[in-house]
Design a protein around this ligand. Sequence first.
Ligand code: AMP
Length: 427
Amino acid sequence: MPFSSLGLRPELLKALKPKDYPAPTPIQTLAIPAVLQGVDVQASAQTGSGKTAAYALPVLELLLRQPRQWPRGTPRAVHSLVLVPTRELAVQVGETLRSLAVQLPTNLKITVVFGGVSINPQMMGLRGGADVVVATPGRLLDLLSKNAVNLSQVQVLVLDEADKLLDLGFQDELQAILQSLPAQRQNLLFSATFAPAVQSLADALLTDPVRIDVLPLAGTAPDIVQRAISVEAPQRTQLLKHLFQTHGWKRVLVFAATQHACQIIAAKLRKAGINAEPFHGQLSQGKRSQVLADFKASRVKVVIATDVASRGLDISELPVVVNFDLPRSAVDYTHRIGRTGRAGHSGLAVSFVGPETEAHWRLIEKRQSISVPREVLPGFEPQTPDTAVADAPHPTGTANDPTGGIKGKRPNKKDKLRQAQRLLSPE
Ligand code: AMP
């Protein structure tokens, strides 16, 4: 089905260069007509499947169909509000919206606001309102408290990476923002994953939604090869260096558990002559933007990041993602490895699994319905005798069970997860 049959005006279609947008992706085919009907939508589709354009195109189309007519006394009004969990994603979504609006005869005002930078230019930028505001929740609340933005006229609310925004970490901020929005509005929730824990919150937000779930069909799932390499924690930096050098990797995104670990690993790689930079929430926004720009321009070869980089970031031609530390959950695993294998490209996701993280990795495998053979590389063989126990298929209730299989003493799934998480500290 071509883009031209989805109900979008010719000026929007003109912005879709055939090289970049040869045909709608499945999520675009399903979501664009639904959003144009004006109904609430909850859409999930795999990472890298064109979700941004799936809401950006119909939001722009709706904007043009419903020209701005704010009532008197609402000078800083906004038509559409897109909330995203990270600053980098805000920039990226803003860029996509602007590139899609470039051929429109009406000059739409698309304003991006996020924390970590001076608020004054953003306050100035919101004078006179905006057609679309893309925002991270914290900065939007700051702007609301300063009366710099008026959300009472918002007609479309988009939550990109919706499950993250509905998650505990953002819950209070999101609730405060929702209170500033009119009750009558269209709600669009987009994410690659919707953890069961956030579904009731999603349900409370949506009215008679159209639910779109684009399950990856055989052959259309992101082409990501997943590898798990057994390695003891203290050997991981050495293994990372070894893999980088022997495979001639051009660009690698490495995930670590803490900001401190990111700093240490980057420093060690730099010492070995590998151009590496840390990327985490403690860095200034200027530094974060610089690292990302250098990474995209191949000036930096390896970025070691916390999960702040796991959501939504679209780094073209990112062939490898490494889980130096395992992610906390299977959902985080999906988002991390989804940074590679995007838009039809293939990718490689390597996870370092040690004797002490084996149980946690098994849980991830189980939740992902995958089974990744453990590889042992010469020179990096785990020495801990416990490996044999960890490698056994069912540690509890067997001869290898450290609890001896005593009824009532067996660690349940949650215990094992907690235990694995406690052991996930960086070297
Ligand atoms: P997203 O899931 O929105 O982060 O998009 C992932 C990548 O897919 C981005 O690089 C987009 O430019 C690209 N993309 C979006 N729509 C299409 C399409 N219809 N055909 C090919 N690539 C696309």
